[in-house]
Design a binder for this molecule. Sequence first.
Ligand code: GLP
Length: 242
Amino acid sequence: MRIIVAEDYKEMSKTAADMMASQIILKPDSVLGLATGGTPMGFYKELVNLYKQGKFSFKEVKTFNLDEYYGLDKRNLQSYHYYMMENLFKHIDIDLENVNIPDGTAKDIDEECRAYEDKIRKAGGIHMQLLGIGINGHIGFNEPDVKFEAITHLVNLDEETIEANSRFFSSIEEVPRSAISMGIKTIMHSKKILLLAAGSEKAQVIERMINGPITPELPASILQLHPDVTLIVDKEAGDKFD
Ligand code: GLP
């Protein structure tokens, strides 16, 4: 695992945006895996800035998001569909036909999960996957468990996650109790992984992810086995490891 400790949140975001922009410049038809949450907001801002300098285009890029809340419609302000439109897609020249996010309102969720996996496979797999990390070590919405869940599936969210994400909702009751998430195998099949973490509340989980045992009780620990992970942290999140 390559580890970059950035001076602050802005530098973390810029470094990650530079890496993704390079990926697109080198391979204009890249398949990108995208993440949501508070952490990558600065990253998307920096990526849009680079795009606006005219150095590359998203015309041939395909994207797959990690996850979506179960039951939230695309137009819901808390949905990851909405987040992605606001933070990235409406600012760039991507063909929306090439954008893929699990449909949290699909009637047949099992079929939705199967079809999502299939689409990723048909696109040739993910070239670069962006990840954040939950304070309990989740990646995507793969929560701590007794086993690693392999492929795209419906997840029951942990109380800790519901609580952490309630800051984006007007009350904790509004936070969905479940979500559709890419599985661990799907994520591990990506050629390159970029993991971002910022703030002191992530320091402990980052330390355990790097130095602790590989266990489904800390899903991100599996990344120790991936051959091409770049972890970019700000000073606070990088405070607890050597
Ligand atoms: C959310 C998302 C994850 C994200 C994580 C951390 O629940 N499903 O993809 O990485 O939690 O979020 P944040 O960056 O807001 O701390």
